[in-house]
Write a protein that binds this ligand. Structure first.
Ligand code: GTP
Ligand code: MG
Length: 195
């Protein structure tokens, strides 16, 4: 996949109406701080088009990046951000839920999980909820650079088991620092779009 062009096209907040796009949407979901915006930047080959922060809760809107004039990368706010107050958390949750319910162009949902940790209760809930809505999430296990190579297999197994991923479920270990896994993600998207 060659990225010729990438731009932020639409930003949706809690009160926004979602755009009725006609091009396919590739969605990135996951806990706050897991690396969604960093992954999108590395896929788009841009350092900071998607804003990233070491503070969780950076992305608070649904951001649509138009790629090559023919598809979208959709950056969702993270769930499970402990410091947000309850009302805010609920609003973000509702916004994510509404998006996943109403968009007719979702081609794939990548669910990001930190490769170092056993999936939390809200990761499992998100996974189940995506499945319940008729999508098979593709797992991207982020921050691969933080592991020693000898730890990778064991950690992948913990993530797969923690989510209850079926045997045929796809999990791609990824690092936005080293770009490991990027080709696999591109390939997965290309195959989807070719279907
Ligand atoms: P929210 O917008 O708050 O939901 O977070 P996010 O999921 O978009 O995470 P973001 O991309 O902003 O990254 C959060 C922090 O993790 C930043 O400090 C990033 O630099 C760091 N980070 C993201 N991906 C990686 C990675 O692959 N390796 C390492 N070492 N750090 C990463
Ligand atoms: Mg973000």
């Amino acid at each position: 996949m060659i990225i010729k062009k990438a731009e932020l096209e639409t930003v949706c907040g809690i009160t926004s109406t979602f755009p009725e796009n006609t091009d396919p949407e590739i969605v990135f979901a996951g806990k706050s701080n897991v690396g969604k915006s960093s992954l999108i930047n590395s896929l788009m080959n841009r350092k900071s088009l998607a804003r990233i922060s070491s503070q969780p809760g950076k992305t608070q809107t649904i951001n649509y990046y138009k790629v090559n004039d023919d598809l979208y990368f959709v950056d969702l706010p993270g769930y499970g951000y402990a410091n947000a107050n309850l009302a805010t958390k609920e609003k973000w949750g509702k916004m994510i839920e509404k998006y996943l319910h109403t968009s007719k162009q979702i081609r794939c949902i990548f669910l990001l999980i930190d490769i170092r940790h056993e999936p939390g209760k809200n990761d499992k809930q998100m996974y189940d909820w995506i499945v319940y809505n008729g999508y098979q999430p593709v797992i991207i296990a982020t921050k691969l650079d933080k592991l020693k190579r000898s730890q990778v297999d064991k950690c992948v197994k913990i993530v797969r088991e923690g989510l209850g991923l079926p045997k045929e479920g796809v999990l791609i270990p990824f690092s936005s620092q080293t770009k490991q896994g990027r080709e696999e993600v591109y390939e997965f998207i290309e195959n989807l779009l070719a279907e």
